[in-house]
Unconditional design. Structure first.
Length: 113
């Protein structure tokens, strides 16, 4: 069956039209994204700064304390346990950099429109 010129033109036009459109976010979701992403970024950056402060304290005093949530905290003095001391400082620094990077990404994502 052969299509007429009009039918061909209409079929070609429909073929070039996108089949679906992304739904617009609801106002509640947009409001939450505008409020919660920057707030999350600020909380993560404050947490990273607090962890880096504990790293600075450990470097100054020579004693690193684990941030254990399971059981009592472990103390790593530089004089008697240098490996534990440096590993704990490395772990705290890595966690702070991760949180700071995640906070920076959240802040960047909240500013995208």
């Amino acid at each position: 069956m052969r299509l007429s010129k009009r039918q061909t033109r209409r079929a070609g036009h429909a073929r070039n039209r996108p089949q679906w459109h992304a739904p617009q976010p609801s106002t509640r979701a947009a409001w939450a994204a505008r409020l919660l992403l920057p707030l999350t970024a600020v909380v993560m950056c404050i947490s990273a700064a607090a962890i880096l402060f504990t790293v600075g304290q450990a470097l100054y005093s020579g004693v690193a304390i684990s941030l254990s949530r399971i059981g009592p905290a472990t103390v790593y003095p530089l004089a008697s346990d240098p490996l534990g001391y440096w590993l704990m400082l490395l772990w705290h620094t890595a966690a702070a950099l991760f949180l700071g990077g995640l906070g920076g990404f959240s802040w960047w994502a909240s500013r995208q429109r």
